[in-house]
Write a protein that binds this ligand. Structure first.
Ligand code: CP
Ligand code: NVA
Length: 301
C-alpha cells in the first residue's frame, strides 16, 4: 500500500524522529560533498498549479542529488489548463513516476489527485497546509536550539494560512507549545484547534503571543489566490507585523522563521528578516535536506 504525505497527520512522532535523524545525516553528507545515490533509477514528478521558487528547486535538487531524475510541469504548460481532470492526470503520471509532488488550491483537489495516483503523493502546498515547509521549519529549530520538544513557538499574522494551519497540526507530533497572535477572522478553524488541544493558545494580542517565545514565525498576509483581498488584509493585520519592537518581547536567543517569499515591509520588516536572529536562509536550505529524507521514506519505504 502506498502512503501519501498530504498532512502532518500522515506520519507518527516516531517516524518524524527517524526523518530528522536521517535529515541531519544527509545534510552532513552534502556538506562533506559526499555522493549519496539512494534514489538512483527512481523518478519524481512535480506538478504546480501555483507559482514556486523554493519548492520547485529544492525538490529538484533533492532528487537529483540522491541519484534520481525529475520532471516538472505546471498547469499552464500541461493539459490540466485545457480541462483534463486531475484524476486522469494523476493516473497517467503514476505510470512514469515513483513519487509525485502536487501544489494546488483546495484540499479536495489534492485528495482526489492522491486517490487516483498509484504512487505516493506529497502535498507541496494547498489551502489547508504546507507540511513539507513546516518540517523544514522544525528541523531548523532543532538544529539551532537543540530540540523542538518543550519549546514555545509564536506565530503572528494570518494564522489561518496554510502555514498557520500546519503549525497547529504539528503540535500533536512535535511536542511544542504554540501561541497564535491574530485578529478574529484569521484564526484556524475551531475543529483544528480542538484537535491540537491545550498546546495551542490563541490571542488577539501580538505582544502576548510573542512574550518569552523561543521561535517567532510569520507568513505573508495575502497568500496565493487571495490577491483580491490584499487591501483588506493589510488593514486588518496591520498590528501584527513582525518588527524589531515585537521581536524584542521574545526570548533574547529567539530565532525568526518565515517560509518565504516575504512581503518585506508588510508582515515582516527588513531589520528582522536581515537581522541576527533570522534563520530564514537556513530554513530555505533545509527544505532540500528534509525533503531528501522524506523522498527516501516514501519511495524506499
Ligand atoms: N516556501 C515556499 O514554499 O516557497 P515557494 O512558494 O517559492 O515554493
Ligand atoms: N501562505 C503562503 C505560503 C507561500 C509559500 C501562500 O500560500 O501563498
Amino acid at each position: 500500500m502506498k502512503r501519501d504525505f498530504l498532512t502532518l497527520a500522515d506520519r507518527t512522532e516516531t517516524e518524524y524522529q527517524a526523518l530528522f535523524k536521517r535529515t541531519h545525516a544527509l545534510k552532513a553528507s552534502r556538506k562533506r560533498k559526499e555522493v549519496v545515490t539512494t534514489l538512483a533509477g527512481r523518478h519524481l514528478v512535480l506538478v504546480f498549479e501555483k507559482s514556486s521558487t523554493r519548492t520547485h528547486l529544492s525538490f529538484e535538487a533533492a532528487m537529483y542529488q540522491l541519484g534520481g531524475t525529475v520532471t516538472t510541469i505546471t498547469a499552464g504548460s500541461s493539459q490540466i489548463a485545457r480541462g483534463e481532470t486531475i484524476e486522469d492526470t494523476a493516473r497517467v503520471i503514476s505510470g512514469y513516476a515513483d513519487c509525485i509532488m502536487f501544489r494546488t488550491f483546495g484540499d479536495e483537489r489534492l485528495t482526489a489527485f492522491a486517490k487516483a495516483s498509484q504512487v505516493p503523493v506529497i502535498n507541496g502546498l494547498s489551502e489547508g497546509g504546507h507540511p513539507v515547509q513546516v518540517l523544514a521549519d522544525l528541523f531548523t529549530v532543532e538544529e539551532r536550539l537543540g530540540s523542538v520538544k518543550g519549546r514555545t513557538i509564536a506565530f503572528v499574522g494570518d494564522c489561518a494560512s496554510n502555514m498557520g494551519r500546519s503549525f497547529v497540526e504539528a503540535t500533536r507530533f512535535f511536542g511544542f507549545n504554540l501561541r497564535l497572535g491574530c485578529p478574529e477572522g484569521y484564526r484556524p478553524s475551531a475543529e483544528l484547534l480542538a484537535q491540537a488541544g491545550a498546546r495551542v493558545h490563541v490571542t488577539a494580542d501580538a505582544t502576548e503571543a510573542v512574550r518569552g517565545a523561543d521561535v517567532v514565525v510569520t507568513d505573508v498576509w495575502t497568500s496565493m489566490g487571495q490577491e483580491a483581498e490584499s487591501a483588506k488584509r493589510k488593514k486588518e493585520l496591520h498590528d501584527y507585523q513582525l518588527n524589531e519592537a515585537l521581536l524584542a518581547k521574545a526570548n533574547p536567543g529567539a530565532i525568526v522563521l518565515h517560509c518565504l517569499p516575504a512581503h518585506r515591509g508588510e508582515e515582516i520588516t527588513d531589520g528582522v528578516i536581515d537581522g541576527t536572529q533570522s534563520a530564514v536562509w537556513d530554513e530555505a536550505e533545509n527544505r532540500m535536506h528534509v525533503q531528501k529524507a522524506l523522498l527516501e521514506q516514501l519511495i524506499l519505504g
